[in-house]
Ligand binder design. Structure first.
Ligand code: BGC
Length: 427
């Protein structure tokens, strides 16, 4: 083949590639803003990407690092204000209503009706996904927050017979782990991680009812009472067991310390399990899960959901709308619910899915959720956007992290300060 022919072939191959790329593009793309950036989280997000691509759409990944999502929310606000929203974003609980009120979300009722979401989802969860009676978001999972993760090998080496079930046992295990030279509690000193532990202590010391009085009813007496003082005293005590090098550390870096045997325990939501799974570790063998000490029978939770945005006129094409609808449809299909949640550490959000492919921690989680639902001990997490607005949550974060960083702060005054800050933030 002479040069001219070779060139002609190369050119026609190149134009074929361009055409194919255009064809792929013309099917539509869906941009998702989320904060799943740890190893296990990214693997989970990839499940969605692959299923969307299988349907011929393009997945535009807009991941913003930062556990708990504060950084992602800042990016999202900037994008929305400048008229360039993504197709979908990871927004939870009451915040969905806030975005709805701004007129920025779009209805996906067509997908919901065609796929029977009203029968597939527990009614309370379906309600959270609706604004003004219309579905504007799709839930992906249920994450339990009040967990304790342990490395049984490390506990054994330190002479701790089993995962602690009470706060007293937690302190005793902490003492033994420290004495044996381990980090007792892997913990990153970031406000949301501090608040995860604080919330666990509220549940442990005040119970599910006390938690609801505080973070749903905003009951002053609960914040100023002696039990809340106990919570802050316990928080100060737990700090003495936390990773001395944990200042500002990301949660997954701390999980890694439990995985590699430097630390014995971590108090964290079950996305921590995604890190263990991502490196091939097995529940009940390499690691164990137990309720946050003293919270047996209580189930605090958050629900990851993707809210759908009205697209800018430039992006509002039939293809992009079809890609968004495809994302919404896939999210509640059994295949996605199983594989995504196995990777993510959470449990499925749709009713009646077969739990036998899941590990022992996920099976225990599903059982505990059902029991807590019956007993009225489900606690929508404050630290993870389920019971308060972002403003109120931010006020709690500030009080908790200031308390953690000031060794002279008075535990008897912290509850009062929290009540005042919440009140100011709620106005
Ligand atoms: C989200 C999880 C996420 C975790 C850590 C939580 O708010 O619900 O999906 O894995 O934060 O970033």
């Amino acid at each position: 083949m002479n040069l001219v022919n070779r060139l002609a072939l190369a050119v026609s191959f190149a134009s074929l590639c361009t055409l194919t790329a255009q064809a792929a593009e013309s099917k539509g793309s869906v941009e998702v803003v989320h904060y799943w950036t740890s190893g296990g989280e990214a693997k989970s997000a990839d499940v969605l990407k692959q299923l969307i691509e299988k349907d011929g759409f393009t997945w535009q990944n807009s991941a913003v690092a930062g556990g708990g999502g504060a950084a992602a929310m800042t990016v999202l606000k900037t994008r929305a204000v400048s008229g360039n929203p993504p197709s979908a974003a990871q927004i939870k609980g009451p915040d969905i209503q806030e975005w709805g009120k701004l007129g920025l979300l779009t209805s996906i009722d067509n997908v919901a009706q065609a796929n029977h979401w009203d029968t597939l989802l527990p009614p309370s969860i379906a309600e959270l996904m609706k604004f003004d009676g219309h579905y504007v978001a799709v839930p992906l999972n249920i994450h339990r927050i009040n967990w304790l993760w342990t490395n049984p090998d490390v506990l054994r080496k330190a002479g701790v017979a089993h995962a602690p079930t009470t706060l007293e046992e937690l302190y005793a295990a902490g003492d033994k782990l420290k004495a044996a030279g381990f980090i007792a509690i892997a913990h990153g000193g970031q406000p949301w991680q501090d608040t995860t532990v604080f919330e666990g202590l509220v549940l442990s010391i005040l119970g599910a009812d006390g938690f609801k009085k505080a973070f749903i009813d905003n009951d002053e007496a609960t914040f100023t009472g002696p039990k809340m003082t106990e919570v802050f005293v316990a928080l100060r005590k737990l700090k003495t067991y936390m990773d001395p090098n944990g200042a500002g550390q990301d949660w997954n870096m701390e999980t890694a310390k439990v995985i590699n045997g430097q630390a014995g325990m971590q108090l964290m939501g079950d996305w921590a399990k995604s890190e263990w799974s991502a490196v091939g570790k097995k529940a009940g063998v390499d690691y164990e899960c137990a309720p946050f000490p003293g919270t047996q029978g209580i189930y605090s939770y958050t629900i990851d959901s993707l809210a759908m945005f009205k697209l800018s006129s430039k992006n509002d094409t039939p293809g992009n709308n079809a890609a968004r609808d495809d994302l919404a449809k896939i999210a509640l299909e059994p295949q996605f619910q199983t594989v995504f949640n196995q990777n993510k550490g959470s449990i499925p959000v749709i009713k009646g899915l077969d739990m036998s492919p899941f590990d022992s921690c996920a099976q225990a989680s599903a059982k505990d959720f059902a029991e807590a639902e019956k007993a009225g001990t489900l606690a929508p997490s404050m630290a993870f956007n389920m019971s308060t607005s972002q403003a109120v949550q931010g006020a709690v974060f500030d009080v908790v992290s200031n308390f953690m960083s000031n060794k002279d702060a008075d535990p008897a005054k912290a509850g009062k300060q929290m009540f005042a800050s919440i009140k100011a933030a709620a106005q």
